[in-house]
Design a protein. Structure first.
Length: 509
C-alpha cells in the first residue's frame, strides 16, 4: 500500500507507500492532511526569497537546470534547482542510472554544506521525503496544490534527494545488486559522476541523512566513502562530516520489532484498541520468548552483552512472532499524529486485515494532477511513464539483501567522522520501535566502551517547548521525539529542522 506524493503529477495514478522495515512486513496507508497553523503561516511569511544561485564550470550542468518558475502548480517563490539522471559508471554504454534532484540552499548566501537525503524501502523514492517531509515543496495527501514548506532543510543546507538503488523511482537499468556493499559501490560510482558535472560542490562539507531502511543504506555508503582507495580519494576528495538517520534499521528485527512489541502495545493500549486479555497474552509471550530479558539487560551503563533469544539466531518461531500478532490484533496499522497540531494525542489509522491493494482511489483533483507530463519534462525525465514511490520490482536480486546489520559499521564511522552519528526515533513509530534503538546502542561498543553510561534524559527544547529527550557520548547522539511516528520530518517539521541544523553545527540541541 502506498503513500501519495506530488511527483506523480507527472505520471498516471500514483500508488501509496510507506518506507518499510527490512523484511517489508508492514505496508500501510498513512493519510495526512497538513492543516495550516498560525505558526506555519508565520514561518512561511519569514521565508527568504533573495536566493543565492550557484554557478557551475562544467557546461553539462546546464542540461540539468530546472527553472522553478516553470514548475506547474507552484505559486510561491522558489530558487532554481538541478535534476535528472546520471550513470553509476563512466562506461560509454552504461544503462544503470540514478535520479537526483539537487536544490541549493534557500539562504541569500552560499551554503558550505551539501546534504544527501535517502528514503528507505528498500526501493522507496527519496522524492517521497522531498514532498512529504523536508523538501521546499510540500504536497501532502489531501492538498489540492503544493505549498511552500517553511521547515525545508534547504533553509540550512544544499540538499540533493537521490533515488536509489537501480529499480527505484525514475532510475534506469536492471537491478543487479545482492547486498549493501554492492549498493554502496554503485552509489559511490554515481557520486563520481555527480561531482564531475557539479565540481564546485565537492568543496562543501558532506552530510548523509535518511530514514527507515536507509539505516542500512547510509552506514554502508559512508563506509565506502571513508574507506575509498588512495587513488579514489585523490580523484575525488569528499569531506564527509556526519550522518543523521531517523527510525532506521540497524540490527536484528528481533531487536527492532519483536522485543519491544509488548511494551509498546501496553503503552498505547487504548489507542490500539487492545483488550486487557490481549495485552496480558502479549506480555506473557514476551516473557517466555526471552524478550523481557533483553529489555531488562538494557541498562545504563550496560553490564554485559545483550543476547538474542534462540541462541542468537536471527529467526523466531510463530509463537514468538509478537510483531505479527501486534499487526493482526490491532485496530490500527500505524499510529499517526494529527497534522494540525504538534501536541495532539496519537490516533490510529484503521487496520486492514487483508493485503492492501497497490492503488487506492483519491479525490479527483489530486488524481487529475497525477496525469501531467510537464513535470517529467521539467525534471529531464520526459516520457518516463508510470512512476511509483516504492518499487514493485525487487531492487536486490531475488529480493534478498544478505548484508550484515549496520550496527557493525557504526564503531568505525564514529571513530572517523568529525561530527559523528546522530540517530533519532519517533516515539509513536509503530513500524520500528524506539526501544530497539536503545537495545542496539547499549549492545554496541565504540570508542573502547560499551553503550551509553547514562540514559537519554536531556530535554530537547525547540521553540521554547520540550519536544523530546536526547543523550550524547563519544560522538554518538540519540534523540527520542515526542508525538512523532515513522516520519519525524512530517509529524514534527520544526523539530526536525532544528535537529538537522544541530548536526550541521549551526545550533546546539
Amino acid at each position: 500500500m502506498r503513500l501519495t506524493f506530488w511527483l506523480a503529477a507527472l505520471l498516471p495514478i500514483l500508488p501509496y507507500a510507506l518506507a518499510t522495515n527490512p523484511v517489508q512486513r508492514l505496508r500501510s496507508t498513512r493519510p495526512r492532511v497538513f492543516a495550516d497553523s498560525q505558526q506555519r503561516r508565520e514561518a512561511i511569511e519569514k521565508r527568504n526569497t533573495n536566493f543565492f544561485t550557484p554557478a557551475f564550470s562544467n557546461p553539462k550542468a546546464a542540461t540539468f537546470h530546472v527553472n522553478s518558475s516553470t514548475l506547474p502548480l507552484i505559486t510561491f517563490p522558489l530558487q532554481d534547482s538541478w535534476a535528472g539522471r546520471l550513470p553509476i559508471t563512466n562506461a560509454m554504454n552504461e544503462e544503470r542510472q540514478l535520479f537526483f534532484w539537487y536544490w541549493p540552499s534557500s539562504k541569500s548566501t552560499e551554503s558550505d554544506t551539501l546534504t544527501i537525503w535517502l528514503n528507505g524501502g528498500p526501493g522507496c523514492s527519496s522524492l517521497g521525503g522531498f514532498l512529504q517531509e523536508n523538501g521546499p515543496i510540500s504536497f501532502q495527501p489531501g492538498m489540492t496544490a503544493p505549498q511552500a514548506n517553511p521547515y525545508a532543510w534547504t533553509n540550512a543546507s544544499d540538499v540533493v534527494w537521490i533515488e536509489q538503488p537501480v529499480g527505484t523511482g525514475f532510475t534506469l537499468g536492471t537491478p543487479d545488486i545482492h547486498n549493501e556493499s554492492e549498493l554502496s559501490d554503485e552509489f559511490y560510482g554515481f557520486l563520481q559522476q555527480f561531482y564531475t558535472v557539479f565540481p564546485e560542490l565537492a568543496a562543501k562539507k558532506l552530510f548523509i541523512t535518511g530514514e527507515s531502511y536507509a539505516g542500512f543504506y547510509i552506514p554502508y555508503i559512508a563506509t565506502r566513502i571513508v574507506d575509498a582507495s588512495a587513488a579514489e580519494k585523490a580523484a575525488l576528495h569528499l569531506d564527509l562530516q556526519g550522518l543523521l538517520i531517523n527510525d532506521g534499521v540497524y540490527s536484528s528485527f528481533i531487536t527492532s520489532e519483536e522485543a519491544p512489541t509488548a511494551n509498546f502495545s501496553t503503552h498505547f493500549q487504548s489507542v490500539l484498541g487492545f483488550s486487557n486479555s490481549q495485552i496480558t497474552s502479549l506480555q506473557r509471550s514476551s516473557r517466555t520468548c526471552g524478550y523481557e530479558t533483553m529489555l531488562r539487560q538494557t541498562q545504563y551503563p550496560p553490564k554485559g552483552k545483550i543476547d538474542l533469544p534462540n541462541g542468537n539466531r536471527d529467526s523466531v518461531s510463530s509463537k514468538c512472532d509478537l510483531f505479527d500478532t501486534f499487526l493482526n490484533l490491532g485496530k490500527c496499522s500505524i499510529i499517526s499524529i494529527p497534522a494540525s497540531t504538534s501536541t495532539a494525542s496519537p490516533t490510529c489509522v484503521p487496520h486492514r486485515k487483508t493485503p492492501c491493494p497497490d492503488t487506492i482511489p483519491l479525490t479527483s483533483p489530486f488524481v487529475y494532477q497525477q496525469q501531467r507530463s510537464d513535470v517529467q519534462t521539467a525534471l529531464h525525465v520526459p516520457g518516463f511513464g508510470t512512476w511509483v514511490d516504492c518499487s514493485d520490482i525487487n531492487v536486490f536480486v531475488n529480493g534478498n539483501d544478505d548484508s550484515a546489520y549496520t550496527e557493525t559499521l557504526f564503531p568505525h564511522l564514529l571513530a572517523t567522522l568529525p561530527r559523528g552519528v546522530t540517530l533519532w526515533h519517533g516515539l509513536v513509530d509503530a513500524i520500528l520501535f524506539n526501544l530497539g534503538d536503545r537495545i542496539t546502542i547499549q549492545n554496541m561498543t565504540w570508542g573502547g566502551v560499551q553503550g551509553f553510561r547514562a540514559p537519554p534524559s536531556t530535554p530537547l527544547i525547540v521553540g521554547g517547548a520540550q519536544k523530546g529527550i536526547f543523550h550524547s557520548e563519544r560522538k554518538l547522539t540519540y534523540i527520542e521525539v515526542d508525538n512523532a511516528g515513522h516520519m519525524i520530518e512530517t509529524d514534527q517539521p520544526q523539530t526536525a529542522l532544528h535537529v538537522f541544523q544541530s548536526i550541521l553545527g549551526q545550533t546546539t540541541l
